[in-house]
Design a protein around this ligand. Sequence first.
Ligand SMILES: [Zn+2]
Length: 326
Amino acid sequence: MRGRVDRDTPQVATPHKLHLQHSGSACDVCPVCGGQSVLTGGIAGWGDWRSCEDCTLMFASPIWNGTNQAELFNNAYLGAESVAGMRDFAERLDERDGVLKDPTLWFWTPAYGRAIRWLGEVAGRDGTVLDLGCGPGYVLRALKNLGFTPVGLDVAERAVVVNRRDGFKVWHGTVDDYPDDWPRPDAVVSFFVLHHFDQPLETIRRVRRKWPDARLAIATYGPTNYDPVRTTPPRTLTRWNEKSLRALLTRAGYFAEVVNFPSTGTEDWHLRPVGGIRRRIQLSAAGVRMSKRMENRILPLLVRPLRKPDFVVLGLATSNPRMSMP
Ligand SMILES: [Zn+2]
């Protein structure tokens, strides 16, 4: 992900520039495997969705319009950005105090638990784990509770501030500018951040170049995890599945096991108004917990028919020592 951009750099591409980028063949080449792609649909005000004929990654074309991502995500956390449904970044921070008190509400998919258990097996419980794109900080807390030494990283200043206030060591910036004298991670985790990267392969290669021995657990939305508002740029630049995530990790120089997780049913976008109502009536912290417990525990029993396979894709990756640093 690009972080702070030079102030002299134009922040938003002009329509003319977008047209030039879009008409150029570079926009049609898969950003993971370099394969040819086919047009799969339009994106209002942006361009097209394309699907790679080789690794099956879906990607926006153009993949990025030059907007400063650090500002975009920080504004989202501040409640000042509503494009692609990004107001929910601020809503998650508003709920944070209530949710933090009940660890059973921190994670919406078992992929988190699976990744963290794997880290314990391969890196040991006393290892340092870097959470790439740590957001509200639930992963940092879960890691700390289990005995790991967590370190965070986020391009959004607001996310950095709330976690530092809670005593966590969090770098404000990107993998590129993470200081050499900061803790060196034994493992890197990244949950639901990959779809924001405008250079997914290059970003993961940078992780391996910087920490070649670190294990990597990376979770992202699967092919059935589609939302008509959120699954659009500038929030969502790429759409993943088991094959494309494996292609990414392999090309970045890792051996990877890729695991799919079904949904519980409550994430179905038809049910999103449940969360919206909870936020609108501004429940107390205890009320938020009660409401979320119902959503997480009782609702899944009622909505079992809405469960979808391949809702989350998780890659568990170990550096391939025979592959040179690209
Ligand atoms: Zn591809």
